[in-house]
Ligand binder design. Structure first.
Ligand SMILES: O=C1O[C@H](COP(=O)(O)O)[C@@H](O)[C@H](O)[C@H]1O
Length: 245
């Protein structure tokens, strides 16, 4: 990793709606550029409040852009281990806001397993998902998007949890402090080998976690401090989430 890559960019917009519009535009720029270069961009989506607003904006803005959604590969950084039709799933939220409104190639959409997908338990499901990542042979994604919890969690990596110290691709969580308790999450090593990482956070409830992450907190306390992009790291904030910096 270069010194420049370790220095995150911070973009602050006045409010959540403006933030969502700005991030959606930047995401569509990234996809257009990758496709113009003949690539199929690999994007790892996130869940949460601002992510939902961003997905809706991407769907809205895409009609005026030159993007071929059949040539985009989608993954998720974490998932709630609940049935496939549960609205709690990050993938279900993304489908309602974005995926159902664009023409995707289903073979390029890699949801983490649902609890009714036939795996013995969440650990077996995390192993199966890790095998899916390995078999697709990507050295890293073009873009990983990460929401940030008020406690500084990213994906389903929570402060003080054992998953923070495991070298694996994806791991089960059985006692998440934020419901639902069972989840699957990418690990730090998996999140740290990707070209770009974009954190997205809005609202004053995120201000302390954002300030601590940008201030170089111990990732065991603020997991968001433990992820950077190989080429670029951007913190996309609104005035409220940026207010404690
Ligand atoms: O549980 C989760 O929370 C975070 C942040 O969600 P928010 O509603 O506070 O914005 C999210 O990024 C993560 O993917 C999700 O599983």
């Amino acid at each position: 990793m270069t010194a420049a890559a370790q220095q995150p960019e911070v973009v602050v917009r006045p409010d959540a709606a403006d933030l969502a519009r700005t991030v959606a535009g930047a995401l569509l720029d990234l996809v257009e550029h990758a496709q113009a270069a003949g690539e199929i961009p690999g994007i790892c989506l996130t869940g949460g409040t601002i992510a939902d607003a961003i997905h809706r904006e991407v769907a809205r803005q895409t009609v005026s852009r030159n993007v071929d959604w059949r040539q985009v590969e989608l993954w998720w950084g974490d998932e709630r281990y609940v049935p496939a039709d549960s609205p709690d799933r990050n993938a279900a939220q993304a489908r309602a806001a974005l995926l159902d409104h664009v023409d995707l190639d289903p073979a390029l959409v890699h949801e983490m397993p649902a609890s009714d997908a036939g795996h013995t338990d969440v650990a077996a499901a995390a192993d199966a998902f890790s095998a899916d990542v390995r078999s697709h042979g990507r050295g890293g994604f073009d873009l990983v998007m990460l929401g940030v919890g008020p406690d500084g969690h990213v994906a389903s990596l929570f402060p003080g949890y054992p998953q923070l110290d495991v070298d694996a691709i994806a791991l089960p969580v059985t006692d998440s402090p934020k419901p639902p308790p069972e989840r699957i999450t990418f690990t730090f090593p998996a999140l740290n080998r990707n070209r770009q990482v974009w954190f997205v956070a809005s609202g004053d409830g995120k201000a302390d976690a954002v300030a601590r992450a940008l201030g170089g907190a111990d990732p065991h306390d603020i997991p968001a401090a433990g992820v950077t992009g190989v080429e670029r790291t951007v913190w996309w904030l609104d005035d409220d989430s940026a207010s404690a910096r």
